[in-house]
Design a protein around this ligand. Structure first.
Ligand code: NAI
Length: 342
């Protein structure tokens, strides 16, 4: 089997090579998949992409004309893939749904603690040898009300980890997880009630037509004064312009963002010698109550190992005509397809 990997990061090369137990012929490219790079896929049997690759209907059509039948994403989220177009073109798509919910949940908790303890200010002060603590009084997490938006694999791991902080947990999801109610006393509410009652809100939803701009001016204005919001899910779930307005008015006390609405082409790249011009991102970076990480929540040794192994499992299944449980757009997985095209 000949497989082309797009958006290959340096840290992935060794895990990918180690996971290639069947000796597939690999082409590892650092460039993302898009209309300019799609031609590189010619002659391969399968294509492997990452979160910010452009897997639109237009690109998929080109891949289909080259005879590509299999597309594997090395990610949980597949909002960058036109799953419906792939289905029409008979291109099977598989993701890596469960590589390490802990990697992302632990990152979200790191952001939460960092914001609550004003670490960005501390770090800036320390750089100037200012060791006073007048400006960096935080608060306890204990006793706070935390709202989980999304209680799938990552959201429910958050519930498990946060339970140890002795907090009140609220949740909003299409599906109620009765285990979370039983184990951690999680209370499910409608989204607006969760927003009104939470001191800290953490987002763990997929991005689709129903969740795009779910957190907008309306909901932001309903939130508690000085609420902290953490977004490790997808940037476009939050309306960035609305968010900045509410950060400026201090309605939002802190924002931890591992993902950003316009991150494609920026996150994952070194812009030291090619400074970014995105005014919204520059403004967010400049705010002392905004913590930015470049889509790194997933990036742990354990997760990268699991991603590589599951990706090769998906490829192996296709090579051997076995149904992979990770296929997004097969008929046996209608729910996933439905969520992706909502
Ligand atoms: P999951 O599929 O296990 O859980 C998603 C949950 O969202 C489900 O419980 C589902 O019922 C709920 N949901 C879907 N649409 C909804 C809607 N319209 N309203 C309310 N609830 C809805 O996914 P998982 O593994 O928890 O991941 C969540 C997201 O986190 C991924 O889709 C991905 O975008 C993001 N992610 C980010 C990473 C990072 O490095 N920053 C790494 C991995 C995932």
């Amino acid at each position: 089997m000949k497989v082309i990997f797009y958006s290959t990061k340096v840290f992935e090369i060794e895990p990918i090579r180690n996971a290639n137990k069947n000796g597939y012929k690999l082409s590892l490219f650092s460039d993302p998949l898009n209309m300019s790079t799609v031609e590189l896929a010619r002659g391969h049997d399968a294509v492997c992409v990452f979160t910010n690759d452009d897997v639109s209907g237009e690109v998929l059509k080109k891949l289909s004309l080259m005879g590509i039948k299999n597309l594997a994403t090395r990610a949980v989220g597949y909002d960058n893939i036109d799953v419906e177009a792939a289905k029409q073109l008979k291109i099977a798509v598989a993701n890596v749904p469960d590589y390490s919910p802990n990697a992302v949940a632990e990152h979200a908790i790191m952001m939460m603690l960092s914001l609550i303890k004003k670490n960005k200010t501390t770090e800036a002060q320390i750089q100037k040898q200012n060791f006073s603590i007048d400006n960096i009084i935080g608060s306890n997490v204990q006793g706070k009300t935390i709202g989980l938006i999304g209680t799938g694999k990552i959201g429910s791991t958050m519930a498990k980890l946060l339970n140890g902080f002795d907090v009140k947990l609220l949740a909003y999801d299409l599906k109620i997880n009765t285990e979370l109610k039983r184990l951690y006393n999680v209370t499910y509410l409608d989204l607006e009630s969760l927003c009104k009652q939470s001191d800290i809100i953490t987002i763990h939803l997929p991005l689709n037509a129903k969740t795009k701009y779910l957190i907008d001016d309306h909901l932001l204005s309903k939130m508690k004064y000085k609420v902290i919001i953490i977004n490790t899910a997808r940037g476009s779930i939050v309306n960035t312009s609305d968010l900045i307005k509410h950060l400026k008015s201090k309605q939002i006390g802190g924002y931890g963002m591992d993902v950003y609405e316009f991150e494609r082409g920026v996150f994952f790249f070194n812009h030291e010698n090619n400074p970014i011009k995105d005014k919204l991102l520059l403004e967010l970076i400049s705010l002392k109550n905004v913590l930015v990480t470049p889509h790194q929540a997933f990036a742990t040794d354990e997760a990268i190992y699991n991603i590589a192994n599951t990706t090769f499992h998906n490829l192996y299944c296709w090579e051997n005509n076995i149904h992979s449980e990770n296929e997004i757009n097969s008929n046996t997985n209608e729910i996933k397809t439905h969520l992706a095209v909502l």
